[in-house]
Design a protein around this ligand. Sequence first.
Ligand code: HEC
Ligand code: HEC
Ligand code: HEC
Ligand code: HEC
Ligand code: HEC
Ligand code: HEC
Ligand code: HEC
Ligand code: HEC
Ligand code: HEC
Length: 563
Amino acid sequence: MNNLIRRWLVLGGLAVTGGVLPAAAQPVQHLTTVQAGGMPGMPVMGGISRLTNGVQLHWSGPAGYYQVFQKSNGLTAPWIALGKATNVACTATINQLYSNAFFRVAGPAPNYAGSKLCLACHLAVCQYETNTAHASAFSSPAFAALGGQTNASCLPCHTVGYGTATGFVSAKATPLLAGVQCENCHGPAANHAGSPDNPIIRPRVEVAATLCGGCHRASHTAFNNPPTYEEWSASGHGAVVPDALKAMTASPASIDNCGACHSGSARIALLTGTDPALKLTNDFNVAIGCAVCHNPHATNSVSPVQLRNPLFSTNDFQLLSADTASLGAFTNKYNANTNINLCAQCHNARGAAWTDTARAPHHSGQYNILIGSVGTPALDYPFNPGTHAGLPAANGGFYLTNQCVECHMSAEPAASQGAHNHSLAVNYNVCANCHVGQTGQQAQAGLATFLKPLVTETLQSLNRWAATRAPAALITNGVVAWEYTTPGGVTWQTNATGGVTGWSLNGTVNFTGPNAAGQALIPNNIKQARYDLYLFLNDGSMGAHNPFYALALLEDALSLASQ
Ligand code: HEC
Ligand code: HEC
Ligand code: HEC
Ligand code: HEC
Ligand code: HEC
Ligand code: HEC
Ligand code: HEC
Ligand code: HEC
Ligand code: HEC
């Protein structure tokens, strides 16, 4: 209790009426605020949410005991302690309140130590950490030249704990707290270093992007640094896909399976040696944050920006559900494949096969399309990378050395060239490095006008088969005989005679496919045709990832559907 300090955080007021419930089996609280300096040294408010019968408070701060206090309406009313000073969850549910109540929490004192003190017990992490740019965030000549070392507005993100009682003061007074160190990310840890066996004051390990976002954000654009956090939050990586969330809520096995690609906390648990299904039953709604791709502690030979995997590979790779069914299986697979492109770790076809009957290939096949290793053309010729896969080619010496990142994360030709755009939006300026005489958009539109009719023709053939040649048992109202049991999602418009005239991926699917018994009646050529068709559609690039291979997929689909 001697950790408690008399600094209060008033959480806010609400009109309900007094009492406390323990915080039990609730979702794990992650850092909800984005704060200069990273992990706050003092408690900061996360929010109040209203429950049917009370409120829930959230706050963030260093690991340790907290106590919640409440004050009834009126300035002169006393603060009343709610429960004991033993709250370690940083959240409390209060179901009886005063009208217009105010809350505050008392928490552990921020006691910064500096990373030298951590060396004794965390030698490996400390050695690697020293090689990162973080370690020299204060000493860097560029920072010094701009006067940052003595400018109070710069110090919160370039030093440890600036602005708190035991944090950085000046290069002279607190030399061991210069630069970005362990405690920017883990919170003040001197108390922990003093009693490492006390689990209550063990430093926080935060995997959410808000940790990094406190410093890597828009406020820094004046120095040509991109607003990484904002770009990232607006991207598809900034939230967990709702359907994946639903699946993980329904079954722990899905936390391993879907979570390996859809949940930041599940992915990081797998990468750092925890079995997510066992540990994360209430902690999978964490987006694909910074630490999923960047190793927070280390640079490596392939990446000065601390990426966990390289950006270029041409090995075939798919992550199967068997690979994530246990930690051991994942570790074996991953260690054997760390040389696989960072993006391909998730953007792969998941073992899609033409024999699948329940669902169409997942939307994630981009890497295997880029290198041409999935679909019926690859059954005969397993390696079909197009020029966009970045293999050296006769393109005036230019090729896509960083594969996906080259098109999806480039910031050229802006002043911040060399920096990367985390929004994932395709940068069409890149195309001009090779495509002459037309813009990338024009090239893509041209390719689409060529490929789209092939999709229509394939649908025409599949529907013709369903109407005229499908086994009688498959011809039922509301069932499309060539589809997967859960239809893949393509819908089409027809003319007066029932011929397909166009298609869309965003229409309402008001039909089903044959059930499992019915699937057994669908001939192989139809199964292969729908597989190729959906591989093309679900890749989402309309052929751009591997133009000639996309053409091969659709030509195969059409000819198989017409057999
Ligand atoms: C005297 C030894 C010692 C010192 C000094 C020490 N630690 Fe630790 N630290 C430990 C032990 C023991 C654990 C628990 C390891 C475990 O359970 O696997 C730990 C765990 C941690 C964790 C992980 C908590 C978790 O939940 O996995 C972090 C983060 C951490 N320490 C940071 C620090 C920082 C930062 C410093 C320096 C300010 C520091 N430690 C200094 C011994 C120490
Ligand atoms: C306390 C503020 C702060 C926090 C928190 C923080 N960073 Fe940084 N980061 C910096 C600063 C400052 C630099 C620039 C250091 C330099 O080059 O001198 C930097 C540099 C980097 C770089 C190297 C950039 C380059 O161009 O070489 C990477 C990568 C990075 N941070 C990733 C992360 C990730 C991932 C996290 C969260 C796990 C994170 N940072 C958390 C302040 C922070
Ligand atoms: C909100 C947090 C924040 C504040 C405040 C901040 N920086 Fe930074 N600074 C960063 C981060 C994060 C990076 C790394 C960005 C990257 O590499 O993408 C960085 C990088 C830099 C770099 C380039 C890396 C290097 O060290 O060579 C310089 C120079 C720099 N900052 C100077 C300043 C100066 C001067 C100020 C004050 C006027 C300042 N910063 C205030 C977060 C901050
Ligand atoms: C830029 C932010 C950042 C910095 C700086 C940082 N860490 Fe971490 N640390 C993390 C994140 C995020 C995780 C969880 C993800 C992971 O382990 O890869 C973590 C995990 C840990 C763990 C638990 C599991 C493991 O990977 O061993 C320990 C212990 C730890 N850090 C200690 C330290 C120490 C000691 C330092 C300083 C030498 C340090 N960290 C610096 C962000 C950081
Ligand atoms: C091998 C990695 C991986 C696994 C495993 C995985 N997904 Fe995905 N999933 C992805 C990727 C990558 C995308 C995004 C592709 C895109 O944006 O085109 C995606 C897209 C989706 C979408 C479409 C989102 C949208 O934008 O419409 C849904 C729904 C989905 N996944 C659900 C699931 C469910 C449920 C599971 C578990 C049964 C799962 N996924 C397992 C990688 C995976
Ligand atoms: C999907 C993977 C991924 C995620 C998630 C991700 N990054 Fe990156 N980041 C990259 C790649 C790839 C690069 C470019 C590396 C290269 O070209 O060497 C990069 C570059 C950077 C750099 C170097 C400066 C620059 O822009 O080139 C910083 C700093 C950085 N990221 C910080 C962050 C932060 C902070 C977050 C979370 C808000 C984040 N990243 C999330 C993949 C990722
Ligand atoms: C941990 C798994 C994982 C990694 C690693 C990963 N992604 Fe994703 N990515 C996903 C998932 C899941 C989605 C689907 C999000 C959705 O549909 O909302 C997605 C969506 C996307 C999208 C769709 C864009 C959008 O905003 O809708 C693009 C483009 C993308 N990722 C590119 C990349 C690139 C480039 C890399 C490598 C630097 C990468 N991804 C690494 C899992 C991952
Ligand atoms: C030659 C440039 C290029 C390369 C290399 C590239 N992409 Fe793409 N990608 C595109 C284009 C163009 C689109 C279509 C974008 C659109 O319609 O907005 C696209 C679309 C996507 C989509 C679907 C986006 C959506 O909104 O549904 C995802 C996901 C994706 N790419 C991921 C990747 C991954 C992962 C890699 C590496 C394996 C990769 N891309 C390599 C150009 C590229
Ligand atoms: C490394 C050089 C290079 C870059 C960069 C590049 N392409 Fe290509 N692209 C090619 C080559 C070479 C072909 C011929 C087909 C092949 O080998 O895959 C091609 C073919 C295409 C095609 C097929 C039809 C046609 O017009 O030839 C499209 C569409 C296309 N690229 C779009 C893009 C887009 C969009 C971008 C930028 C996001 C881009 N390309 C970036 C080299 C490049």
